[in-house]
Design a binder for this molecule. Structure first.
Ligand code: ZN
Length: 172
């Protein structure tokens, strides 16, 4: 396992649409291991493969992680089957949009069909934080970031801050 570099906005790679995975084999499993290690090292609760530059429909999550207990979840080719009309609002952040947060409204509950780490077909009924987190991660697979839901002004302010905080580039 190894920790990978997380790509941050603005970067065109994050705007790619990720491709479905044909088969969950050793390569995909070692990618998921790397993604999980990268996510834990960055103190995140979710990571999509595209955030480390790999355009595959793979997500790792662990929403219990902040409580100290590790309960990793793996989603390959996730598809939302059902969405609630009820909405909930969470303050969201993203490892690809460092240190920026905003309140985002999303369906409160959703059902997601996916393949797990072993390639088995599963159905998850998600609500609350879990539902928000999986929807945020699935947006990454479509090249969408949470800041895309904000007003143009708010979004451009955030991007300006991100560019300002970026370390200086050294050309040698
Ligand atoms: Zn994110």
């Amino acid at each position: 396992m190894s920790v990978k570099i997380i790509i941050t906005e603005p970067n065109k790679i994050l705007r790619q649409i990720s491709k479905p995975v044909n088969n969950v084999g050793k390569d995909e499993q070692s990618l998921m291991d790397d993604m999980l290690e990268t996510m834990y090292a960055a103190d995140g609760i979710g990571l999509a493969a595209i955030q480390i530059g790999i355009p595959k429909r793979i997500i790792v999550m662990d929403i219990s992680w902040t409580k100290g207990e590790k309960k990793p979840m793996y989603f390959v080719n996730p598809v939302i089957k059902n969405k609630d009309n009820d909405k909930s609002i969470y303050e969201e952040g993203c490892l690809s949009v460092p240190n920026q947060f905003a309140e985002i409204e999303r369906p409160k509950n959703c059902e997601v069909e996916y393949l797990n780490y072993k390639g088995e077909k599963k159905l998850l009924k998600a609500e609350g934080l879990l539902a928000t987190c999986i929807q945020h991660e699935m947006d990454h697979l479509e090249g969408i970031l949470f800041i895309d839901y904000l007003s143009k002004l708010k979004k451009s302010m955030i991007i300006k801050k991100l560019l300002k905080n970026r370390p200086d580039r050294i050309v040698v």
